[in-house]
Design a protein around this ligand. Structure first.
Ligand SMILES: [Ca+2]
Length: 295
């Protein structure tokens, strides 16, 4: 009996010790989470202040500005003075990307913006992953499927032979509706017929926001944006995405798709010209303070 009690006490003691260890660990985790969240918030505030300052000084945005310079950003983050953890700050211009919603001239509506379709065609010609297993979708099929996802008011007419309207998506497992509206988040694209994370293949790495100075595999998410909404000011009846691309910040693959066929090789020259600095690395040789957007 006594032995039994002792055994129970020991077991209870062990159990209590486990609970105490768990709650200490949990408390520590919560403190770490709180600290990490506050650190991230202060970095975001810093980025907002930097961008507000930039907007007050210039009407255009380019990779030659402070907000786009990784060294400037890491110096500013250092000055926040956090002794624990690590913050990395990376600012990208969404208007240097292809606006997926600009494939239609306006919303709601079925009319395709032919210039944007051409942009998609050139991008897909250059980077469509031809080795995707079990797929025969070419550039035209991808564009038709995206058009049908965005458009409405066309009585569910399927674009070309390869588009897809609501009946296609309802028959899938799990079923979903063809959106018939603009895309609000890039991940929605993966619901569209023929779209998958390996839709594109890029031979070049891009910057790695988690580890400045290193590169990471470039993905389709680096090239597209859902932003760029423009108020068409016709009393709220419609809205549009002009789709103009800022060539001052656009990445190589986007510039390649902007250039006429056969001229993609000049895209790298444009990027080099934009980034060319004096020998001491202090000043840009070709200041990019004028000009704006091209589409
Ligand atoms: Ca600017």
């Amino acid at each position: 009996m006594v032995l039994g009690v002792i055994a129970v006490l020991v077991v209870t003691g062990l159990h209590l010790s486990k609970i105490t260890t768990q709650s200490v660990t949990l408390a520590r985790q919560r403190t770490d989470q709180f600290t990490a969240r506050e650190m991230a918030r202060s970095a975001i505030q810093l980025a907002m202040a930097l961008l507000a300052d930039d907007a007050a000084k210039t009407d255009t945005d380019s990779i030659q500005e402070n907000w786009a310079d990784p060294d400037t950003l890491s110096r500013m983050v250092e000055q926040l003075g956090y002794s624990q953890g690590r913050i990395t700050l990376d600012i990208t211009d969404e208007l240097g990307k292809i606006q997926v919603n600009a494939l239609l001239k306006r919303f709601p509506g079925p009319e395709v913006n032919r210039d944007q379709a051409l942009l998609w065609e050139r991008l897909l010609d250059q980077h469509l992953n031809q080795d995707r297993p079990g797929t025969v979708h070419g550039p035209e099929a991808v564009i038709n499927a995206l058009t049908d996802w965005l458009d409405s008011g066309d009585d569910d007419a399927v674009s070309g032979l390869s588009g897809a309207e609501s009946s296609y998506y309802a028959a899938r497992f799990p079923p979903c509706a063809g959106a018939n509206r603009d895309v609000a988040h890039l991940s929605e694209l993966l619901n569209i017929k023929g779209f998958s994370p390996d839709l594109f293949v890029f031979s070049r790495n891009g910057p790695n926001p988690e580890n400045p100075g290193e590169t990471a595999t470039k993905t389709w998410k680096d090239l597209f944006t859902v932003y760029g909404l423009f108020d068409a000011s016709d009393e709220g009846k419609s809205y549009r995405y002009p789709g103009l691309i800022n060539v001052n910040t656009a990445d190589l693959e986007v510039i390649q798709a902007l250039l006429p066929r056969g001229m993609a090789e000049f895209a790298q020259d444009m990027l080099d010209y934009r980034a060319q600095k004096s020998e001491d690395g202090e000043n840009y040789l070709n200041p990019w303070t004028k000009g704006g957007t091209a589409g």
